[in-house]
Design a protein around this ligand. Structure first.
Ligand code: 13P
Length: 265
């Protein structure tokens, strides 16, 4: 059995349209060569809304590069100032959206309830979702990290059926203490959490859990990506800072495609 492997660049609040177009083009041009390793890696970028149209010119269906939004509204249309819903991101060419990133949870009021509504909305629209979960440093130090992450997961996924979700739900484990800090989780820490998530999914969704791609995010760089994949049960990465330059993202794709993959059943 093999799960889909992904490398997705989250550009956060970086890259105006011109820079986004140049970066996406360079990534698109290099994707086929970089992802041709022992296993296939799907590659995506998530530009800011403003730069989606520019980045789109480099993306699928013209190339193998996938386009994602960084966030999505929980409703399609209406009196919701500042919101961009699933139908709008689809119109902009996105195949899906990141949902529940820790920066949204911590700084912009994305509660577990709102994350759940956004997740339902984007999946119900037939799009992909990259659901982010991850504990803060206090929880890691207190040893409650697994229960924190499983609680986030169970609240986000409540009332979702594996039939609705299909293969379109990707989970990203991003420990908050590793994001933008240069402090990467060790391969053992990441792999242990991925096994914990997969175990929970297996109990909740039976076989639909074992097919699920679980990505790691938090200070992933070209020089640590291969070792993380080799640590086991890590199906790729959600990359922040190191995705802003095309050569760096492509180097992570290459490291992912060529690392020995260990996928637990
Ligand atoms: P960094 O790779 O910059 O740590 O960011 C990770 C992240 O938040 C991706 O969503």
């Amino acid at each position: 059995m093999s799960r889909a492997m992904w490398v997705i660049g989250n550009w956060k609040q970086h890259h105006l349209p011109e820079a986004a177009m140049t970066c996406a083009r360079t990534i698109a041009d290099g994707v086929a060569a970089a992802s041709a390793g022992a296993h296939r890696v799907s590659v995506g970028v998530a530009p800011p809304y403003l730069s989606l149209a520019a980045a789109r010119t480099a993306c699928r269906p013209v190339s193998d590069l996938w386009l994602f939004a960084q966030d999505v509204g929980a409703q399609d249309t209406g009196a919701h100032t500042g919101e961009v819903g699933p139908a709008m991101i689809a119109h902009a060419g996105c195949s899906g959206s990141i949902v529940g990133h820790s920066e949204r949870r911590a700084d912009y009021g994305d509660t577990d309830g709102l994350v759940r509504r956004k997740l339902h909305a984007v999946l119900s629209a037939g799009l992909h979702a990259v659901l982010c979960v991850g504990e803060r440093l206090e929880s890691r130090d207190a040893g409650t990290h697994e229960s924190v992450v499983l609680t986030q997961l169970s609240l986000a996924l409540s009332d979702l059926s594996p039939e609705l979700v299909g293969p379109r739900l990707i989970i990203a484990y991003e420990p908050v203490w590793a994001i933008g800090t240069g402090r990467t989780a060790t391969g053992e820490q990441a792999a242990a959490m991925h096994r914990c998530i997969r175990g929970w999914l297996g109990q909740t969704w039976a076989t639909a859990g074992s097919d699920r791609s679980i990505l790691y995010g938090g200070s992933v760089k070209p020089d640590n990506a291969g070792a993380l994949v080799a640590a086991g049960d890590i199906d790729g990465f959600l990359v922040g800072g190191a995705s802003l330059e095309a050569p760096s993202l492509l180097a992570i794709v290459r490291a992912t495609a060529t690392a020995p993959v260990v996928q637990a059943p």
